[in-house]
Ligand binder design. Structure first.
Ligand SMILES: O=C(O)CCC(=O)C(=O)O
Ligand SMILES: [Fe+2]
Length: 292
């Protein structure tokens, strides 16, 4: 894998890569997903994304869920997730796209995106890190200030056509019409009404890596099974601010020895980089690092 992939990721804000799950890993991940999805749907796993809520806190209302959070959590007892997260094919793809060395990679989040079973649900058009009501000037400033210190991805175990993106939108403020389609709280009736939008369709085993600033939305159909691995990884160049953003929402379990003990040497090193950065600033950093 070389430069064309990175160029396309940088220019379009997303890129599709096949083949990051080996033939041995696939059935193990399938079994691990089936187990944690079933526990979540039965209401036995509290860390989940609930229908009706786009962003955290997700609350514990209706157990119908569109996501399972923290799949590497030791309480789920499914090592297949951390083993795949630290697998060579995946690490090599991330290194290529971030343009960094393995010694710079830090462990971040690993969740699952699943179909709700009782309700269709949709996310409105958004950028993950810039609110929809941001002024054009602030939006331009935030987009210009963004540094490629992290990457997120969706890897589909089964065919997945839930995600929509506007290619190239991670670098430019929204046009007045795009702004109209991404302002309110309501999901779109038809995502393709957004100017410039396309649907991202993944075949089993394909991964879409995307920039968190790309304009995107998603539509979930209760009748179409979805089991999609959803994770992020960072470059330590993102410093303690990025590390703290990862760890600020109920991720204390990542700091416990039990989690570290279950990781392979590569995983332990990636976790140590995250925790070292998190701890670097100490209390002195809290005032500014969490303000953004
Ligand atoms: O369901 C998806 O593919 C996208 C999810 C998403 O946009 C988000 O979690 O912010
Ligand atoms: Fe998003």
């Amino acid at each position: 894998m070389g430069t064309p992939l990175k160029t396309s990721f940088e220019e379009d804000g997303f890129v599709i890569v096949p083949g990051l799950i080996t033939a041995e890993e696939f059935p193990r991940l399938e079994r691990a997903c089936a187990d944690v999805i079933s526990r979540t749907r039965k209401g036995e796993w509290p860390y989940r994304r609930t229908v009706g809520k786009q962003f955290p806190p997700y609350g514990d209302g209706d157990p119908d869920s569109w996501g399972v959070q923290h799949v590497m959590h030791p309480d789920l007892g499914q090592p297949a997730f951390s083993e795949w997260y630290t697998s060579t094919a995946l690490i090599n793809a991330v290194k290529t796209l971030l343009g960094c060395e393995e010694e710079q990679l830090q462990m971040e989040l690993f969740n699952l995106l699943i179909n709700p079973v009782a309700h269709n649900f949709a996310l409105r058009w958004h950028r993950d890190d810039i609110p929809g009501d941001t002024s054009e000037e602030e939006e331009r400033h935030a987009l210009d200030a963004w540094k490629p210190n992290g990457i997120q991805w969706n890897t589909a175990l089964y065919k997945d056509s839930c995600l929509f993106v506007v290619p190239g939108s991670h670098m430019v403020p929204r046009s007045p019409e795009q702004r109209l389609h991404s302002k309110g709280q309501d999901p779109p009736t038809n995502p393709l009404d957004m100017p410039g939008s396309i649907r991202v369709s993944l075949q089993p085993g394909e991964t879409v890596f995307y920039n968190s600033n790309i304009l995107h939305c998603a539509a979930y159909n209760a009748q179409a099974p979805r089991t999609t691995l959803h994770a992020s990884m960072g470059n330590i160049a993102g410093g303690s601010v990025r590390a703290r953003n990862v760890l600020q929402h109920g991720l204390n379990w990542m700091k416990e020895p039990q989690f570290n003990n279950g990781l392979d040497p590569r995983g332990k090193a990636m976790l140590a980089r995250l925790l070292d950065l998190y701890n670097t600033v100490g209390d002195a950093g809290v005032g500014y690092s969490l303000s953004g």
